[in-house]
Write a protein that binds this ligand. Structure first.
Ligand SMILES: *Cc1c(COP(=O)(O)O)cnc(C)c1O
Length: 312
């Protein structure tokens, strides 16, 4: 499968690997490195670029007139899809969860989507929940006049997305023992694990409460590679109450990490990942001599804010 990025996106690949000194790891003989996937692209950070790249190629190759995808009102995936459409000159349609939002002013995330040319369509929550049902999907496409669109699922996790994320694992071959990433849908972990060498492991930190994610990730790997890879685990203890929830302890941890390391810590995903790895190190979960890599999928910035000074 081709790994050339769609012309016009210009990602920074491979992403930098950055060493950090932190006594909570040092005193256990553990080395911590940060895989700066947030620097891939100013508008399509981290895993969102990796998940979209092969889908964009497929959509372009088959001459689809538009990209259509799904997300909540603050979805990073919706924003990344809108930005990709702008950069590639493709129309984009965003199906947003919650028809009550149609009568309200757009939040900054959705405003950025429309500024990038995305057409938004607000879907009532019960229909939205059933969007994977082929009949419901077909009706939604008909209603919006989008029958010929290239459809990307919520969160962007389909087999091409998983395939795209194998490059993240491949970039880490020979560089680490454990590669850890925060999980929403788990597509990134599914690809990351498959791209690693056999002596390396992947660790996923779910940011949602649930318990079904392990099955979803195994299923994504079966659909993509024909089998589950045996080299990953989840630690489900660090969701801090659920998606976008936080605790005073997590907030204090993130602020302290920013002070120590000068990295702006994205709060929905990355804070929980770093918090989990620090707790695991302090628990003695990593043997002395282990190198642990945290995949930094985003840094905090306002949607659309220019980051080009650090990315190129
Ligand atoms: C979407 C996202 C994730 C999770 O990716 P999945 O493939 O859905 O597990 C992690 N970090 C950030 C910053 C994201 O936007």
């Amino acid at each position: 499968m081709s790994t050339t990025p769609p012309a016009g996106l210009h990602p920074r690949l491979p992403t930098p690997l950055q060493e950090v000194e932190d006594d909570r790891f040092d005193r256990h003989g553990v080395r911590l490195t940060l895989k700066r996937d947030d620097l891939i692209h100013p508008d399509l950070p981290g895993n969102k670029y990796r998940k979209l790249a092969l889908n964009l190629e497929a959509a372009l190759a088959a001459d689809h007139p538009a990209l259509l995808t799904f997300g909540g009102a603050y979805s990073n995936h919706l924003r990344a899809t809108a930005a990709a459409g702008r950069l590639l000159g493709m129309a984009t349609i965003g199906m947003v969860r919650g028809d009550e939002l149609a009568d309200r002013p757009l939040n900054p995330s959705l405003a950025q989507c429309t500024a990038d040319g995305m057409r938004l369509h607000f879907v009532d929550r019960s229909t939205y929940r059933r969007k994977a049902d082929p009949e419901i999907l077909a009706a939604l496409l008909r209603e919006t006049g989008a029958e010929d669109s290239y459809v990307i699922p919520e969160g962007g996790s389909n087999p091409l997305a998983v395939q795209g994320c194998t490059a993240l694992g491949e970039e880490l071959r020979g560089r680490t023992d454990v590669a850890a990433v925060a999980c929403g849908t788990g597509g990134t972990l599914a690809g990351l694990a498959a791209g690693l060498a056999p002596d390396q492991r992947a660790l996923g930190i779910p940011v949602l409460k649930g318990g079904f994610l392990g099955d979803d990730i195994a299923e994504l790997q079966r659909r993509t590679f024909g089998a589950r890879t045996p080299n990953w685990d989840l630690d489900e203890r660090f969701h801090c109450g659920g998606y976008a929830r936080t605790t005073p302890e997590l907030t204090a941890f993130a602020e302290d990490f920013e002070d120590r390391h000068g990295l702006s810590v994205e709060r929905v995903y990355v804070a929980k990942l770093l918090y989990a790895l620090t707790a695991l190190s302090e628990e003695g979960a990593f043997a002395p001599g282990t190198t642990v890599t945290a995949v930094i999928t985003a840094t905090d910035k306002a949607p659309g804010q220019d980051q080009s000074s650090t990315s190129r």
